[in-house]
Design a protein around this ligand. Sequence first.
Ligand code: DAH
Length: 338
Amino acid sequence: MKEKLEEISENLNNLKINSKEELENFRLKYLSRKGILNDLFEEFKQVPNELKKDLGKLMNVVKTNVQIKFDEATEKFKKNKKTNLEDKIDFTLPADGTENGSRHPLNIIENKIVSIFNKLGFTIAEGPEIENDWHNFSALNFPLNHPARDMQDTFFIYEDIALRTHTSSVQVRLMQKKNPPLRAIMPGRVYRNEAISARANCFFHQIEGIYIDEKVSFADLKQTLYAFVKEMFGDDVEVRFRPSYFPFTEPSAEMDISCQICKGNGCNVCKHSGWVEILGCGLIDPNVLKNCGIDTEKYSGFAFGMGIERITMLKYDVKDLRTFFINDSRFLKQFSSI
Ligand code: DAH
């Protein structure tokens, strides 16, 4: 038995395990139930007692060496295994939960407004945020040095170039590019040099709308806007028009709706009047149509413009306009299910 053990030791010293397959063969040969080590221990039981001490020591050395050899090779192939992407990643594990983002409330309301006007046949048009004087003012019937230009505090870049103060500039671009009939809305960001407060910001968002065709009248304007507010705020919303002034419309009006916060009973938002203004509108001044090359004998049109922030504040009862621009996720998360 001693020779056998020495032979095994010798073999172990020379043995190299080069693959997983060889490792498995090694395990079967030495460590399995029918393997060499088990056989040796069986045989050991028959050994006369006086030889047991020496042989036992030798057996333990062999056993330990077999185990070391096996463990080393197992470790080696485990490492090699790791270079394989498939083995490194356990594809059976459940995926990490990812948090869903939410749409910005201004975005939700803009989409809603756009979809209502889409249903009424309005297409979408866009224009640049950096505008020249002609598109932002002159073509819209703001004469040079006219006090109406002071209605909007402007960020000038050069004398003749500014950040647009309203999306009305896009109507001019559209009228220049396309012939009537025209029916379009123009969403976008606008800029004004105003002190930032709960009710004003130096940039905000507007949606402009125009409709130009033969025989368009104020009645068409009213019906279109009625249809819009009913879709937007519900059937029981009340509407009123007040005469107003804009250089680019004649006649001009501002449209109020019954306060959605207090339902007309009076609150801070409507300054206890029960009404809140939501947009400006009017029939497009023939001077504007002429400036854009449209035949005023044949065509007339209406236009309107509204602030998206204002409508969003009314819709969701948001008290401070600045919360739209801080991007605090605690505020934005509230809109995730809408
Ligand atoms: N451009 C105006 C503003 O920013 C809003 C406006 C009023 C647009 C009347 C219009 C309109 O098209 O007809 O205050």
